[in-house]
Design a protein around this ligand. Sequence first.
Ligand code: SAH
Ligand code: TYD
Ligand code: ZN
Length: 406
Amino acid sequence: MSTCRVCAGPLTEFLDLGAQPNSDAFLRPGETDGEFFFRLAVGRCGSCTMVQLMEEVPRERMFHRDYPYHSSGSSVMREHFENTARRLLATEATGSDPFVVEIGCNDGVMLATVGRAGVRHLGVDPSEGVADEARAKGVRVRTAFFEESTALGIAAAEGRANVVYAANTLCHIPYLDSVFRGLDALLKPDGVFVFEDPYLGEIVERTSFDQIYDEHFYFFTARSVRNLARRHGFELVDVLRLPVHGGEVRYTLARRGTRPPTAAVAEMLAEEERKALAEPATLERFAADVRRTRDELVALLKGLHADGRRVVAYGATAKSATVANYCGIGPELVSSVYDTTPAKQGRLTPGSHIPVRPSEAFDEPYPDYALLFAWNHAEEIMAKEREFRAAGGKWILYTPRVRVLE
Ligand code: SAH
Ligand code: TYD
Ligand code: ZN
């Protein structure tokens, strides 16, 4: 039996998404032999309620020099992180000589604004390629995995932080006990840890099962985060829903007794209880919704193929590895994926081996249908590609349900 990575309680599996590759391991054509696969399945802890993967992929397989994800690839996300930086500067990075640390700073999309404001900062990210891009923006970065030893090193060399921030990164880190010991060493007595990640409530509501992949180890709720924080001497003192990436929550943790929790915390906990979020029956229902989505999407794509339609996909997201490999979608159903990321172009999607082409080639000529893998950027992409629909092209979406936009 597997046990919870947070509290060692019993894990009950509720969804099996089958054999999956590393979601960001885009292959060179001809290099498809010996691809790494693991069993992607999700369970819930009967003690602390944390929803998590049943199997852990070694971190060095995912985060390394060639990690292809670039946070600055979306203008909506650039604006989101600029606003986030301004907010942290106004509310937390105050007093004399404040210090801001970011876990998983990627290409510096958030810290660049902090740096421009002249505030002392440090990013920590193990993926050297994106870290170098952050450095090119004037951001200070340590190429390392954040854990207890990293935090001790930073505290010794640079002093304690007013705020430690992490976006779309804490959920990537199975070894949270070490992270929290590190936070305890690194944060000032009244410092805060602010992090934002995809919200299980949204994933269940929208059946966005593609948020489940190797890098996303945890699926947080206010309840599981409160339990997690308390184990480590912290308290959940604020929550804020965010519209980005299909619905996230920003959690603020402070040392126990240093800040009173806001009303928003109690409200979110009450809403989760009302909806029975993360209760076994709800998760079983979610798993059934996922299987239905798979069946509907596969039927739609096979039907279009039989009718001789040309179908492509848009956005070579990490998320799409789960969809393609779980549904068995390969190049015969979806002939290519269009994406703006140079490091993904000319490669094949992991496991499903669909060629990735530059988004500039999307109109050469337009396909009949485009499966929107980057559905979390729908507004931005549909605005940019409005000519596609004007030319008679149709978008296919699979969350919150499978549908063709007429
Ligand atoms: N914060 C950015 C990047 C998210 S991608 C955004 O929201 O867009 C996740 C990032 O976390 C990657 O750049 C990856 O290299 C980094 N990462 C993974 N494990 C980490 C760890 N233990 N410590 C610090 N960074 C980590
Ligand atoms: P994203 O959904 O942010 O994350 P993940 O890989 O974690 O699932 O990835 C968006 C992908 O879509 C990324 O490879 C860049 C690409 N993209 C475009 O091709 N065009 C666009 O306009 C945008 C916003 C993203
Ligand atoms: Zn647990």
